[in-house]
Design a protein around this ligand. Structure first.
Ligand SMILES: Cc1ncc(C[n+]2csc(CCOP(=O)(O)OP(=O)(O)O)c2C)c(N)n1
Ligand SMILES: [Mg+2]
Length: 314
C-alpha cells in the first residue's frame, strides 16, 4: 500500500465513522456502534504491513480494521442500515461482519472473544505450512480477560504465527487504563509468556507499519507471536450515546493535537510524497465515496422475510 493510499484509507475511516455518528444522531440507523475516531493509524499501519494471504480478527470497534483492509464502505454502511446488500445481509450489524476475501475474519461483541480465534487461524496456517500470519486486534480492557492469558500461553508454547495487537486507547468503556490494569503497560504482560513485545506510538502510521512488519518477519521465521501495544486515544465516545462524562474536555482537546491524520499529512508534505493540492483532491474523493456509500445503503432493499433462514448455520 503506497503512502497516499494509506492517507486515503485513514480518511475513509474517519469520514465513515463521523457519518455513522451523525446518522445515529439523526435516527437514520438503529442499534449501536463503536466508532474508532482517533485510532485510524493503527488500523491502516497494520494493513500496510500485511500480505494478501494474511488474516485479521477484530473486536467490537472494527469498522476501521475492515476498511483498512479494503472493505467496501457502501456494503459496510448498508449493514448498519440493516439492508440486504450489507456484508451480513443486514442481519449482523456493526460487530458481526466479515469478508475473508480481504482477510477480515470478523468482529466480535464479546470482549476478548476473538483472541483465541486468531490463535486457531494461526494454528491452521502452521499445520498447513502456509505463509499466513494472523493479526489479532483487541483493546486494553480485553487484556484483562482470562482468555487473553490462556491464548498467549498456548500461542507462545506452540510458536504460532500470530501478532497480538493491543489498541491501548486509554479506556475500557468509562474505566481509564490506570484503574483497570495492575501493571503499567499492556506490553508488560508478554514477559509472563516469554514473548517479545513493544510499545508503539499508535498515532504514527509509519511506526505501526514498521513494528508489524518486524513482528510478521519474526512469525514467518517460525519464532512465534509478538505482543504489540499501540498507544492511541479514542476521540469518540465508547458507543452511541456516550456523553464522556468520565473525562475532562481539556483531555480531549489535547488528544486532538496528537490525532494521526493531520500528522501523517504533514509527513507526506515534508517528504514531498504529496503537496496540498494532492491531499485536497484525495479528501474530495473520499468525501464523495462516503456520500455514495450512504446513498447506496439508503436505497438498498431491506431483507426479504422469505430469506430469514438463508445463511443461518445454527
Ligand atoms: C465478555 C464481555 N464483558 C463485557 C462486555 C461489555 N464491554 C463492551 S466493550 C467493553 C470495553 C472494552 O474495552 P477495550 O478492550 O479497551 O476496547 P475499546 O472499547 O477501548 O476499544 C466492555 C467491558 C462485553 N461486550 N463482553
Ligand atoms: Mg480501550
Amino acid at each position: 500500500m503506497d503512502l497516499l493510499t494509506c492517507y486515503a484509507r485513514m480518511l475513509t475511516i474517519r469520514l465513515f465513522e463521523e457519518a455513522v455518528e451523525r446518522l445515529f444522531h439523526e435516527g437514520r440507523i438503529g442499534g449501536t456502534a463503536h466508532t474508532c475516531i482517533g485510532q485510524e493509524a493503527v488500523a491502516v499501519g497494520v494493513a500496510a504491513a500485511l500480505q494478501p494471504q494474511d488474516a485479521v480478527t477484530s473486536n467490537h470497534r472494527g469498522h476501521g480494521h475492515f476498511l483498512a483492509l479494503g472493505a467496501d464502505p457502501g456494503r459496510l454502511m448498508a449493514e448498519l442500515f440493516g439492508r440486504a446488500t450489507g456484508y451480513s445481509r443486514g442481519r449482523g450489524g456493526s460487530q458481526m461482519m466479515m469478508d475473508v476475501r480481504c482477510g477480515f475474519y470478523g468482529g466480535n461483541g464479546i470482549t476478548g472473544g476473538s483472541i483465541p480465534f486468531a490463535a486457531g487461524l494461526a494454528l491452521e496456517a502452521k499445520m498447513r505450512g502456509s505463509s499466513r500470519v494472523v493479526v489479532c486486534f483487541f483493546g486494553d480492557g480485553a487484556s484483562n480477560q482470562g482468555v487473553f492469558h490462556e491464548t498467549l500461553n498456548l500461542a507462545a508454547l506452540w510458536k504460532l504465527p500470530v501478532i497480538f495487537l493491543c489498541e491501548n486507547n486509554g479506556y475500557a468503556m468509562s474505566t481509564p487504563v490506570k484503574r483497570g490494569l495492575a501493571c503499567p503497560q499492556v506490553a508488560d504482560r508478554a514477559a509472563a509468556y516469554h514473548l517479545p513485545s513493544s510499545r508503539v506510538d499508535g498515532n504514527d502510521l509509519l511506526a505501526v507499519r514498521q513494528a508489524v512488519a518486524e513482528a510478521r518477519q519474526h512469525a514467518r521465521a517460525g519464532q512465534g507471536p509478538t505482543l504489540l501495544e499501540c498507544r492511541t486515544y479514542r476521540l469518540s465516545g465508547h458507543s452511541r450515546g456516550d456523553r464522556r462524562e468520565y473525562r475532562q474536555a481539556h483531555e480531549e482537546t489535547e488528544a486532538w493535537q496528537r490525532e494521526p491524520i493531520l500528522r501523517f499529512a504533514a509527513q507526506l508534505r515534508d517528504q514531498q510524497v504529496a503537496d496540498e493540492a494532492a491531499l485536497r483532491a484525495c479528501q474530495a474523493e473520499v468525501r464523495q465515496q462516503i456520500e455514495a456509500a450512504i446513498r447506496f445503503a439508503e436505497e438498498s432493499p431491506l431483507p426479504e422475510i422469505a430469506d430469514v433462514a438463508t445463511g443461518v448455520y445454527a
